[in-house]
Write a protein of this length. Sequence first.
Lengths: 704, 167, 101
Amino acid sequence: MLSLLYLIPLLPLAGFVINGLLGKRFLSKRAISVVACGTVLLAFLLSLGAVFSLNNLDSVASVPGHLEVDQAAKRVTLTAAQWLSAGAGADGAAFTIPWGFTLDPLSAVMLLVVTGVGFLIHVYSVGYMAHEEGYWRYFAYLNLFMSMMLTLVLGSSFPVMFVGWEGVGLCSYLLIGFDYHKDSAADAGKKAFLVNRVGDMAFVLAMSWIFTAFGTLGFAEVMSQVGRITPGVAAGIGILLFIGACGKSAQIPLYVWLPDAMAGPTPVSALIHAATMVTAGVYMVCRCSALYLQGPAALTVVAVVGALTALLAATMALRQNDIKKVLAYSTVSQLGYMFLAAGVGAFSAAVFHLMTHAFFKALLFLGSGSVIHAMSGEQDLRKMGGLKKVLGITYPTFLIGTLAIAGIPGFSGFFSKDEILWRAFGHENVHGLGGPGFWLVSVVAAGLTTFYMFRLVFLCFFGEGRMDHETAHHLHESPRAMTVPLIALAVLSIIGGWVGIPKSLSLGADLNAFEHYLAPVFEPATGAAVGGASHGEVAAGAAAHGGGGLGLELLLMALALVVVGSSIALAYRLYRSHPEIPERLARAFPTLANLLSNKYYVDELYHLAIIRPYVLACRGLHGFDVRVVDGTVNGVRNVTVGFSHLSRYFDQYVVDGAVNASAHLTRALSLGFRRIQTGMVQGYLTLFVFGIFAFVSFFLFWHR
Amino acid sequence: MDAGLAIFYFFAALAVVGGVMMITRKNAVHAAVYLVLTFVSIAAIYILLGAEFLFAVQVLVYAGGIMVLFLFVIMLVNLEEPRRFSGGRLRLVTSSVVTLLLFGMLARLFGRTAQVAGPPAVASTGEGNLQLVGVLLFTDYLLPFEVVSVLLLVAMIGAIVLGRPRA
Amino acid sequence: MAIPESHLLILSLALLTIGVVGVLVRRNVIIILMSIELILNAANLNFVAYSTHWHNLTGQIWGVFNITIAAAEVAVGLAIVISLFRNRETVNVDEMNLMKW
């Protein structure tokens, strides 16, 4: 099974090729759906099989050059084919990058999340995009995206991961701008791609640096040798990589593309911009955990940026009126949480939150898609209301998702978010802020998250309908293709967190299976974590600082819950019982309200500071091109034309003149000569006699 | 100078004068008459040279036949031409010059050439010129004789055909 | 009593010259034909002259044939002249220039 690892990214690629080439003309919608969903389902089943094999690694043998099995690190690397190779290296070995795929617990988790959630979203899309013209194109792109994402996740070296990295960026562009006739969609696609590019540039720089420092680009090789480089270099590389992650995972300052990306179809938002692509940055940071631990300064940057983003994005979500935009900022905020977790060394917590977030965010997006579908395309919250009466499946599942994201105990989000809060608190290594600072920021952000999510729920599902009669008339629940994935995701949003129950709540039993599962990845035998701490160590540390570790954890948990509870109550008051209050508040604090509504004018700032100078430079260069370059070309043209005129004159007067002159000469001569032909015999005879004379005289007087 | 030579000079002059007059007459009949004079003078010279038969033939055929024919035709084509000489003055001059050149050259030639030995002389047999010519015509020159008679036939037919009025 | 050969030659040459001039310069076709006869006669004279000087009758035989042929030629030539006259109403050689360019 493990030697079939390469099939996992390859199957959706095949789906892309089939749907892409044949889908437009030869395949029915049903066929396209079967191909698309089928390949992803197969990938999921293969992933399941692979993960099972991973748990029984002792029965798998290494095949040198093809399948490398590392029991200790619980890692399998499959070399599917050769890719790049260059010359002979310093020690005789040529530089090669093979098509390598690595399966270890980290990539196993990602694999299952991507294929599982991906499959559910494919099924949902069958229903959501049922009336689309470019059905084949959508599923082709979606399959391509799956293939690229799986390549990213399974890649065993930076270049292979980068292939997937770029690939998902491309698919993001293609899918955001799916309805390319819509200006907003086309522009959003471009924006996403361009902003991503900034991050990608940093990623490439980081790769070059890594190669310079390590002489190799494979993950296993690099991570095992982090001890060789200085913390400064490690931090530098780490920061560069993180900038790449900021682009892909929408952190400050490169998050601006994500809200605009909501112009794409809702399943796309769910899959790419909630569950999978945006988590690529988190995955990459976790994959390079050893590197980051070698350069803790980078970790600090990661944590700070993550925390700030979490808070800032949450504030921006408060005043959004588009249901998808609220969820978009929410995603940015939650991603901040994940980076915060990574930044404090809690890599497994970051991955845990990644997984639960994938479940409930996908659920929320798909649910919003269902709402939009019911509302005949309307996305403005102010025009919704009372939908819970009509949407019998969408409402409950959406509510479950909201509870999960809010961190209500029992739901998956609670466990993962709480893990992050706890680990953030225990983080010792930050100048000035300290662990509690992170905790505080996180709790505030959590409160804001709960607030705006429940605002959304109240505005959308409760109260009286504020839509026009047409829309009200057409309200209906979505078809089964859409509601079944909702239910599946709802279930996952509940039970998904139960694999990571912390010790504090498990009454002594060690139920944190998730952390244990990921342990071989994040606590390598070679290097002990520096600055980061496992769950237990934090507790021990906290115990050393006074206050029971367990008790402290429970206290913090309780505090968080208080904040969450009051947020819900506040949301209820503002948007359910006394809906006039938000208006009054906005009037009372107009500047703050505007600032939040306009997302702190960040887009405008970017436009002024970056885009306008760039466009001006472009115009200047264009002017240069037109005047100087084109001028030169035109000048050459004019010279050539002038030469051609000269040539023409020459040809006309000299050459043709010569030809004509010869003709004239011939004519003149012939005119002269033809006068000999007088037709008069006597004239001929005269010449005749003269000829006789000449002839005879010649013979008589000269010939002798 | 002996008489033969003087007679010769007389008839020679007559012939030349006749020729010159012939080519310079405006009236074609006059020209024809002068030509007859020339022919007769030449016939006389033939006698001086001992060619009696030829003298007779010359007078009969040339002066008597050919010139009569000429006169018939001249009468038929009774036209008065205002000019004698064709072409322009240039033609006149050129032709005269060319011809005089020819004359001069040939004269010089004839004056200077050594005596060329001719075919072997035939001993004179004492028979008359007519007999001798007749014998030769019917022996050595029989074929040309017959051919010439065919030629005369052909010429006669040709003349009739050509001279026929257009039907 | 013998006439010098050169005298005869000069005479025949003179007649030839006169005949040639006549052919070249006269307008009237009939006169041109007559000039041709003169030329033929000059040749005849030449024949006879040498016949006498070499005591060989061949020259006179040739003279006979010459005259015969001349007669045939005149007959045909005059027939042509008549035909021409019928076509063109002229015996002016200047106007018989169909072969002009």
